[in-house]
Write a new protein. Structure first.
Lengths: 327, 219
């Protein structure tokens, strides 16, 4: 044997030409390079996860808007009520309204009381019943708007009985029926939103499982060599999950950025261009701008993190399962 | 170190490719494994580096019964074994340096602790100018030398080589044989599968002859 040879020459000298090239090897055998990038776990996976994250952002944003809008609606409806005074034969309706207003103002837990004038009532009904002048001949009920003090609300059942007894033809409408309907509808929308998010998650898991299998299959030689040089399943799974971490994080960021842009455009379209007066109030009726603020977009940044977590855990479990079937 | 007792191997429902193979390799020994093509040399090596389980018989590696050994122990056993494959099995997306350093990387050795060793070994096997080249641009001989360097870089206790000099010129073949002899002197058990009688004639070592799945040992 050549005397210069040392099989593992830890203290050995190497030629100057080679020593000069050592710095070029600074990036040698980085963990992320052990599994090649190509195959189903590359660009196609990036594209699919991008789309999934984009859809997740839209679903998440919609959920936030629905939840917040419904909260706003029900809060307003819970604090605002109406007393309806129907004309009764032989009774003066104006006097009945005045009596009801007096009674309501003296009731604890009522923050404000405002009777809608006969003219205003006629104007409200004009689109359906024609000119206000004609309505003088019709027995149109009068309305009293009242706002409840949320901190100490009155006993509504008792109030309804008192007002019905004291003022013939008067009834209290606490909007309970509408409130319940809206809450039911909102609950259904929320459920659908969570269902969509769950479907997106399950689809992502299925795609990552498929991609992991494809990656393991196309890199069969790499896995075999890694095993034969002594790599444990955990080591190989770590290489696989690192690869999926990078892919899913990158794809997640693309998807979230796309989601933010499209969501902002959609919100702008829903809220419309008018921003003042009655028009703005009408625009805000269904989905107010306040239902989704700037800080809510931070939620979208959680989507890439969730995608990365789902991908990494799924890829690791799938890889370990596949490796477990090998020698 | 290695013990085979009446080992038999068949693939699926085919005929037995190894029949009643019995032998032992003592620690620090040097053996050639020879026989005609298709005699079962590669299958025997696959059993030795745990890529295959025997259909019957007993295999003991480093004092452990392979049949009862938990699969989780395989990596630790394989780290003690260096393998030179006939088809090299270099990873195409890694450079020559990275391929040779792979066993050390897998063991968690820091790069700065193996960089010089790998470069020096590559230089010694004549690949000093090819450290950043990818396997696709290496010749058959260069790939073979890279595969040998990868097998020996971790100073294995058992080195298995399948036709390690099949693609190199005689002078390079002698140099590689010297590398194996030197490793053997350092205590590594060597088993070289070859049908190159010229190579076997250069070093006096017992020859295990496989023929139609049956093994005989001659000096």
């Amino acid at each position: 044997m050549n005397r210069q040879v040392s099989v593992t020459p830890r203290q050995g000298k190497i030629p100057a030409s080679l020593a000069a090239r050592l710095p070029q090897l600074a990036g040698a055998v980085t963990a992320s390079r052990i599994m090649p990038d190509a195959g189903a776990a590359g660009r196609p996976l990036t594209a699919v996860i991008t789309v999934m994250c984009f859809l997740a952002c839209l679903a998440l944003g919609s959920l936030v808007i629905i939840s917040r809008s419904v909260d706003n609606w029900t809060r307003d409806m819970a604090s605002q009520m109406t007393v309806q005074v129907r004309p009764v034969a032989g009774k003066n309706t104006d006097r009945a309204v005045a009596k009801a207003v007096k009674l309501l103002k003296s009731t604890r837990g009522i923050a404000s009381v405002k009777a809608v004038s006969a003219e205003d009532s006629a104007k409200l009904l004009e689109p359906w019943l024609g000119p206000a002048a004609l309505m003088k001949e019709l027995p149109v009920p009068r309305l009293i708007e009242l706002t409840v003090d949320k901190r100490s609300p009155p006993n509504l059942e008792a109030l309804a009985k008192v007002i019905a007894t004291a003022v013939p033809g008067a009834t209290l409408d606490n909007h309970n029926r509408w409130q319940k309907q809206i809450q039911r509808a909102a609950g259904a929308f929320k459920l659908a939103g969570y269902g969509i998010l769950l479907l997106i998650t399950l689809t992502t898991v299925a795609i990552v499982v498929f991609a992991t299998r494809a990656a393991m299959s196309s890199n069969n030689d790499v896995v075999e060599v890694l095993h034969l040089v002594g790599a444990a399943d955990n080591y190989i799974a770590l290489q696989v999950q690192r690869h999926f971490l990078l892919v899913s994080l990158k794809a997640g960021i693309y998807g979230a950025l796309g989601g933010i842009v499209i969501f902002a455009i959609l919100l702008r379209l829903i809220n419309g261009p008018s921003a003042s007066g009655d028009g703005a109030a009408a625009d805000q009726l269904l989905v107010g701008a306040s239902a989704f603020g700037f800080s809510d977009y931070i939620l979208f940044l959680l989507v890439p993190l969730a995608a990365a977590l789902i991908s990494v855990v799924t890829a690791r479990l799938a890889a370990l399962r596949i490796l477990g079937h090998r020698l | 170190m290695v013990r085979f007792d009446n080992v038999g191997l068949r693939y699926s429902m085919g005929p037995e490719v190894l029949r009643d193979v019995s032998f032992s390799l003592e620690s620090g020994s040097f053996h050639f494994l020879t026989g005609p093509s298709g005699a079962g040399k590669t299958s025997l090596l696959r059993l030795l580096f745990l890529a295959q389980r025997p259909t019957r018989g007993l295999i003991s590696l480093f004092g452990q019964d392979v049949a009862t050994m938990p699969r989780s122990w395989f990596p630790a056993i394989r780290k003690r074994i260096g393998v030179v494959f006939q088809e090299f099995k270099l990873l195409d997306h890694l450079t020559t340096f990275e391929n040779v350093a792979l066993p050390l990387h897998v063991r968690g050795v820091a790069r700065e602790n193996y960089q010089r060793d790998v470069v020096e070994l590559l230089d010694w096997v004549g690949l000093g100018e090819r450290i950043n080249a990818y396997p696709k641009v290496l010749s058959g001989g260069e790939k073979q030398r890279a595969a040998i360097a990868r097998a020996v870089i971790g100073r294995p206790r058992l080195l298995l080589a399948d036709e390690p000099t099949g693609n190199v010129d005689p002078q390079r073949g002698r140099r590689l044989l010297r590398l194996f002899v030197e490793l053997n002197k350092l205590g590594t058990t060597i088993l070289i599968a070859t049908h190159d009688f010229h190579l076997m004639d250069q070093y006096n070592a017992p020859r295990m002859v496989l023929d139609q799945g049956e093994l005989t040992v001659s000096q």
